[in-house]
Design a protein around this ligand. Structure first.
Ligand code: ADP
Ligand code: GLC
Length: 505
């Protein structure tokens, strides 16, 4: 399992949650896996049994680099940390103060190459290399190029998981030599993309099998709207592209056991949820009022619909509600939120930053959770909300469409678990919130709605089994992935689409 994040070691978003929890669930199911991560600044403090085994020279470009291998266990998962302090002993994972580190290609090329080299050094031969997102995509590419004729690797297959097509790892052409790949790989049907190097594209063209994190997103990324310039490549590989919905780590995210909460609760006894609400109001310095409390926990980026939220807030905050937002990211959005907080101090609090405990307390203490994403590969916060009885308001896209059933007012035997809107316009979001607030006034109906969400099982057990089936399918393949017709590449039919505006995260 090759990834740049895994909880509790490293997390900037859902990737960390997914890699950490999926790995543990696979180990519980009896699979033999090694989780390979870069050794970041604080990793040493978080893994108790970390031991340094030996050094290894990685044939990096332009010169070989000596790294240290550290091994340990992370929540029962055998862990391998690849240590090279000049690259990874930094305050951020990918950048600082909203700016990417300028040497990200070199950092993740080294990581991806070392992830393969370390298997060889430990003589641990995987059936499947499972790589996640652009940061690990080169592991797949190396396997299918530099290591192709190496008999030690011959039986190994590659699964590549796309967590977010909006982040592709795009770098100037001049950096291509740092991949260590021959220039013959820098072509439109390989890693070249509108005159730049695209690492994610390498994973897409080379992996034996591909998946993303919901069935709806698997379809959406094959369209020009959400394909971010790679729809043609994904269409061409659609027979090898699957959607598996993320699960949640029920040890971390369970209102009955959550140690971040001031009180615990379950669908059978909701008293603790009321305590969580008053305690959250106190923590956020909001007056203790019996009004609906709306929660938001998000990266502040346009993907998450932050502009829609900012558009409606001045009107929304004139109503009898309170709202708590935890997020960090785009400085312009941060500033706008701060201004609104000053204007509505008894109704709105924006906490800027990353705070795991507060994220849990918002999920538990709020009545409603707002997630109006423009696109959402899967989304975890709506799953946490459903589990915590905090009714989600979501846009019908990607994993949100696959996990939240729309509440239909007046419908008999309604199966709805949340409020769902489709058109990405502020007025549509606003009227959906008004509908939710109206239903909130009918508390018996509201409790039924909450209960339906809380009784759903989003634990990893089911999704991990889906991954196992996909590994089995991948292992059964007897040919490498060379099934892409030449007219599928951005230089061809999709030349006019253009690359995404936001590149690496
Ligand atoms: P994404 O990965 O696109 O950010 P997800 O919904 O899949 O979206 O996952 C986001 C994860 O990051 C959740 O676990 C959420 O609680 C967490 N998160 C996001 N922003 C913050 C924050 N500011 N503080 C704490 N946790 C956060
Ligand atoms: C990405 C997506 C998010 C998904 C997460 C984990 O960050 O934006 O929707 O839940 O990855 O797969």
């Amino acid at each position: 399992m090759v990834a740049s994040e895994a909880v509790p070691l490293a997390k900037t978003g859902g990737l960390g949650d997914v890699v950490g929890a999926l790995s543990r669930e696979l180990v519980c199911l009896g699979h033999d896996l090694r989780l390979v991560l870069p050794r970041y600044k604080d990793s040493g403090k978080l893994v108790k049994d970390l031991t340094e085994s030996h050094t290894l020279t990685i044939p990096a470009a332009p010169v070989p680099i000596e790294i240290t291998i550290e091994t340990g266990t992370l929540n029962d998962v055998p862990l391998i940390l690849l240590r090279y302090d000049p690259f990874f002993d930094r305050p951020g994972l990918y950048g600082e103060s909203g700016r990417d580190y300028p040497d990200n290609l070199a950092r993740f090329a080294l990581f991806s190459r070392a992830a393969l080299e370390v298997c060889r050094a430990l003589n641990w031969k995987p059936d499947v290399v499972h790589a996640h997102d652009w940061q690990a995509a080169l592991a797949v590419v190396y396997l299918k190029t530099l290591y192709l004729s190496d008999t030690w690797w011959q039986s190994c297959r590659a699964l590549f998981t796309i967590h977010n097509l909006g982040y592709q790892g795009i770098f100037p052409a001049t950096e291509f030599l740092l991949t260590g790949l021959p220039w013959s790989e820098y072509t439109p049907d390989r890693l070249e993309f509108f005159g730049q190097v695209n690492l994610l594209k390498g994973g897409l063209v080379d992996a034996d099998m591909l998946n993303t994190v919901s069935p709806t997103y698997a379809r959406e990324i094959q369209t020009p709207d959400l394909g971010y310039g790679l729809a043609g490549v994904l269409q061409a590989r659609k027979d090898r592209l699957f959607g598996i919905i993320n699960g949640i780590d029920s040890e971390q995210w369970n209102p009955a056991t959550d140690t971040y909460l001031p009180a615990r609760y379950s669908v059978k006894d909701l008293a603790g949820k009321r305590t969580c609400k008053t305690s959250l109001q106190r923590e956020m310095k909001l007056p203790s009022r019996k009004v609906p409390l709306i929660g938001v926990v998000t990266r502040l980026v346009s993907q998450k619909g932050i502009d829609l939220i900012l558009d409606i807030l001045p009107d929304l905050l004139t109503l009898a509600i309170q709202m708590v937002l935890l997020g960090s990211g785009d400085p312009v959005s941060e500033k706008a939120l701060t201004v609104l907080q000053e204007r509505f101090p008894t109704k709105f609090v924006a906490r800027l930053g990353f705070d795991e405990g507060l994220a849990h307390r918002i999920e538990a203490g709020a009545d409603l959770f707002l997630m109006p994403s423009l696109y959402e590969p899967c989304g975890l916060n709506q799953l946490y909300s459903l589990t915590y009885g905090t009714v989600p308001i979501v846009r019908k896209t990607g994993g949100l469409a696959d996990t939240v059933s729309p509440y239909r007012p007046g419908a008999k035997n309604d199966k709805g678990t949340g409020f769902v809107f489709e058109s990405p316009f502020a007025e549509v979001l606003y009227s959906t919130i008004l509908l939710a607030l109206q239903v909130f006034r009918d508390q018996p109906e509201w409790q039924r709605l909450m209960g339906r969400g809380m009784r759903q099982d989003f634990s990893w057990r089911h999704s991990a089994r889906e991954y196992v089936k996909l590994y089995e399918k991948t292992v059964a393949l007897n040919q490498s992935a060379t099934d892409i017709p030449p007219d599928s590449f951005p230089r061809g039919r999709f030349r006019d689409v253009g690359p995404p505006s936001h590149l690496s995260r």
